[in-house]
Design a protein around this ligand. Structure first.
Ligand code: MG
Ligand code: MG
Length: 267
């Protein structure tokens, strides 16, 4: 799943290939905004899934999650203590105060976009809102390490440092979820290398102009970073029931700085 490696360096996409990836990524960005705008009390995550699948197909793209290793949805919808890989369903009814993470991917002309965000249904509890704000900020800060000549784990380290800064800024305790992270992406959704959300700087393959990674911090409120997978073999939940947030962009290294290939029409 993380194959197609070129030793020592994360492969480069040409400017034309980056444009093609951004075309796929823009569809993902529109789908995420549509899902958030539709997420009201009483709406089910199956409703959000239907909406996103329709939007992606109407845009001439293919929902990459659907059927991926047997996954049944076009989105992962992960509510409250669900960290990632929640299966959309008609029995998951959203309520005021829920923290919803939607992760989504699309394929257009053979190129993948992959992006996620979390949002509240109505008002979130203040500490949950802080968790979500922090996760968004950690992604924004971490991606600044996407610079030519940096190594893979310079991004991991930047994400970790940003997480500790966010804890202080928001006055909350945050856990970096164990065992999950970002990845290379291009003509496959999950390509080499795996990108940890924490760790020592200066290790792993080098980044160069045109290298692309999906960067996806997953943070939990409180210090417990262990998760377990439910019997559906997908749904990943925090062991202590703490809420989790997840933000992701597909990001390219350019000489002008990180280029987000999954831009959203609104943030
Ligand atoms: Mg994703
Ligand atoms: Mg991803």
């Amino acid at each position: 799943m993380f194959g197609r490696s070129r030793k020592g360096v994360v492969g480069a996409r040409t400017p034309g290939e980056l444009d093609a990836m951004e075309a796929a990524g823009r569809i993902v960005g529109r789908a995420l905004v549509a899902a958030r705008d539709a997420a009201k009390p009483g709406v089910t995550t199956a409703d959000l899934d239907d909406l996103v699948e329709q939007l992606i197909r109407d845009s001439g793209a293919i929902p990459s999650f659907k059927g991926y290793e047997g996954f049944p949805g076009s989105i992962c919808s992960s509510v409250n203590e669900v960290v990632v890989h929640g299966i959309p369903g008609s029995t998951t009814v959203l309520s005021e105060g829920d923290l919803v993470s939607v992760d989504c991917g699309a394929i257009l002309d053979g190129w993948h976009g992959d992006s996620a965000w979390s949002f509240g249904v109505g008002e979130l509890q203040s500490d949950v809102q802080a968790l979500n704000d922090a996760t968004r900020e950690v992604l924004a800060e971490g991606m600044l390490a996407m610079r030519p000549g940096n190594r893979l784990t310079d991004v991991s380290y930047a994400l970790e440092v940003a997480t500790r800064r966010a804890e202080e800024r928001h006055g909350i305790s945050l856990g970096i979820v164990d065992g999950y992270g970002g990845h290379g992406i291009g003509q496959e959704m999950h390509e080499w290398p795996f990108l940890a959300n924490e760790g020592k700087a200066g290790r792993g393959p080098k980044l160069q102009e045109g290298s692309v990674l999906a960067i996806e911090p997953m943070l939990v409120l409180g210090g417990e970073t262990d998760t377990r997978t439910l019997s559906d073999d997908w749904t990943v939940v925090t062991v202590d029931g703490s809420p989790a947030a997840h933000w992701e962009h597909t990001v390219a290294v350019t000489v002008d700085g990180p280029r987000i290939l999954t831009p959203r029409p609104q943030d």
